[in-house]
Design a protein around this ligand. Structure first.
Ligand SMILES: Nc1ncnc2c1ncn2[C@@H]1O[C@H](COP(=O)(O)OP(=O)(O)OP(=O)(O)O)[C@@H](O)[C@H]1O
Ligand SMILES: O=C(O)c1ccc[n+]([C@@H]2O[C@H](COP(=O)([O-])O)[C@@H](O)[C@H]2O)c1
Length: 209
């Protein structure tokens, strides 16, 4: 049984914070791999200012190098945009893998706006990673008022494959202030260097265009 953590995101661009939280979650949860699901387009975010998918994937693959992290654009292949649909499709496609959904506290704060968010929680366990500036908002969020009753102690994290869903664990991690917003402010054209890059998806083996 392969234990996989799924970190969905725009990765516009990927950064060391993604890598650090993934390695931390992998250790805390005893994961074999973390898959970064580089989104073709977050349904709640405007397409404007979003770098092309091949550039985001190529850069994510670079940031993930030499770590047990696979950056993939598999949602393009699955033709899913909403996380609930992606998770169902992935568990169908990989029946021998066990998956846990990973997200930063900023995503938990808005989680109740996601399509069928309770369905996501019923489908697989969730691990939320602390993020500077967002932890209070996450704790007081609409989603948390329902999820609170399913919270598991962090000291039991490694046992997540035996949890009955819904199950949520809050992972304390040394605050990591890095963000894609800050990187875009510093260099809005960060994706320029990937214009002519051909990038192959490590899971589907297809070239992403
Ligand atoms: N520094 C961080 N600490 C904790 N979680 C993080 C951090 N950076 C990103 N994440 C989490 O990684 C996932 C993907 O993040 P995303 O690609 O949106 O990057 P971001 O830095 O949050 O981007 P943006 O600033 O554009 O919103 C989300 O679940 C997000 O909460
Ligand atoms: O399914 C939804 O309704 C939904 C709404 C907003 C965001 N998401 C997912 O949340 C993940 C984080 O997105 P982002 O843009 O905040 O990095 C990414 O996998 C998105 O597809 C999903």
């Amino acid at each position: 049984m392969t234990r996989i953590g799924l970190l969905g995101g725009s990765f516009n661009p990927a950064h060391g914070g993604h890598r650090a939280i993934s390695l931390f979650a992998a250790k805390a949860l005893g994961l074999d791999e973390v898959w970064w699901l580089v989104s073709p387009g977050n349904p709640l975010k405007p397409a404007r200012g979003m770098a092309p998918l091949p550039a985001r994937l190529a850069h994510a693959r670079k940031i993930a190098r030499r770590a047990p992290i696979r950056a993939t654009a598999i949602e393009r292949d699955l033709r899913t945009r909403y996380t609930v649909d992606t998770l169902k499709a992935l568990t169908r496609r990989y029946p021998r893998h066990r998956f846990i959904w990973l997200m930063g506290a900023d995503n938990l704060a808005q989680f109740s706006q996601w399509r069928d968010w309770r369905g996501i929680a019923r489908h697989m366990p969730i691990a939320v990673i602390a993020r500077p500036g967002y932890d209070a908002g996450a704790r007081g969020s609409v989603a948390m008022s329902w999820l609170r009753r399913f919270v598991r102690p962090a000291r039991q994290s490694a046992d997540w494959t035996n949890w009955r869903v819904p199950a949520l664990v809050l992972l304390r991690f040394r605050p990591d202030p890095r963000s894609a917003t800050l990187l875009r402010q510093a260099d809005p054209l960060w994706h320029r260097e990937y214009e002519a890059t051909r990038v192959r998806d490590p899971l589907t083996r297809r070239y992403i265009v």
